[in-house]
Design a protein around this ligand. Sequence first.
Ligand SMILES: Cc1ncc(COP(=O)(O)O)c(C=O)c1O
Length: 393
Amino acid sequence: MNERIPFLNIEFLHKPLEQEFINAFRENLSNQEISDSNVVKAFEQEFACFCGTRYAIGVGSGTDALRFALIAAGVKYGDMVITVPNTFIATTEAISQAGAMPVFIDIDEKTFTMSPDKLEEYLYKNCFVDHITEETIHTKTGKPVRVIVPVHLYGHIADMDKIKQIAEKYDLTVIEDACQANGAVFYGKNSIKKTGAIAKAGAFSFYPANNLGAIGEAGAVTTDDEQMADKIKMLRDHGQKRKYNHEFEGYNGKLDTIQASILKVKLQYLNIWNDERRKLAKKYKEMLKGIKQIETPCEKPFSKSVYHFYVIRCNYDRDKLREHLKRKKIGTGLHYPVPLHLQKAYRFLGYRKGCFPFCEKASEEILSLPMYPGLKEDQQWKITEQIKKFYDK
Ligand SMILES: Cc1ncc(COP(=O)(O)O)c(C=O)c1O
């Protein structure tokens, strides 16, 4: 009864695969292909096939994936890129590193993802379409708005049909930040697609704690666009297609062979693990039913979520509940406690408290509970019992 329940446990996934990992590692000890190896190419093909895209380009991290996708989509110095303030800072770092300025849009209260209504309102009130260049221009600054980056937060897909419709109206490119939603399925008006295949490109992180994680840093971009795929391949490799022929300055952002070989093993289990996460989410929902001080996550009909995080909303005393769970040796997380527009790093953008009320309210109420394949029913029971006990008091 006094067992510790950590917020994250990847050992459970890795233990049964240990021998496969060791074999993969051994094979690489004599591998002379230092970059763009056959293992990387094979993983890229398998991942593209998994997502349902023509191309997947392995890169060094999710941040690389976002940065390269933005640059390949034509983002340049002085542009503006639209995203949400409740995401990991990597989303906006990638925007800034591509030379653009991040612009925030508030979220939908239920899904925590970009609100299409707020997006439309922002564009309508603050931008105009230049009828000569057909660019969308921000009226006050005269800067072009180029891309929208919806974030599929916690494994739930953003309202992509509506977002894409607005993007079309303003001739903007949409790039999915799919770092937290590997394998989630979108039931759109006209098609059913996996994340990474819903918009122009998708950016994935294989950070170890993600639904598909490497044992170190790794990421990928998915796209159907050949030109974009070619550009990303050059961006990740110092702007070269042929060795020592640098057409522009790029980055050192390649996916390394060891990580690709680990990912190849783990990709085979991703659907099974995602199904297990969904079962755990269903159990949590049943067990938490009737606690009126909290709300369990909503799943819109258009999104088959992969529950990267299981985030409840606490209408009362979130921090005290968190303390209580900590005392009972139950790990929890906050994703994210301070919205990006209120971070010191973005003070220069001029936002202040009150700019994005839904996001700000969410940051005070959210609590991520343990969620990973291997979490046991009796552990979930212990977690939910402790939440009940806390609110009963
Ligand atoms: C929403 C989101 N975007 C981007 C990233 C960046 O990924 P990485 O840490 O692999 O650079 C993460 C990290 O998991 C993330 O959660």
